[in-house]
Write a protein of this length. Structure first.
Length: 103
């Protein structure tokens, strides 16, 4: 069965005590890029409750790097650093009137 998604990663799932800093952090790098060609680096954290001694793991933040931008997702929201990518221009159509060509 899938786990229930925890609302706040810093809160203990047993007693609800809030831990601000993880005991240990490490990085996971995705082997495949996303549709925009960016590599996702996930920062995981190991937390230990000071009240009940419960231990749990969770995602501390995510960084998507590649191209000209870097996107950082964490508890404070999502932040984009760098140049914004240019949107491709809309394709244009060329219309030729056959009646004008015959004359």
């Amino acid at each position: 069965m899938p786990r229930k998604k925890q609302q706040d990663i810093h809160a203990c799932p047993v007693c609800g005590n809030r831990e601000e800093k993880p005991v240990k952090t490490w990085q996971l790098i995705s082997p495949l890029p996303d549709s925009k060609g960016r590599i996702t680096i996930t920062v995981m954290g190991f937390f230990e409750c000071s009240k009940c001694g419960n231990r749990w793991r969770g995602v501390v933040s995510k960084v998507k790097a590649g191209g000209s931008t870097v996107e950082i997702s964490g508890k404070g929201g999502t932040k984009v650093v760098g140049e914004e990518e240019e949107k491709p221009s809309e394709p244009y159509t060329i219309e030729i009137d056959i009646d004008e060509e015959e004359e």
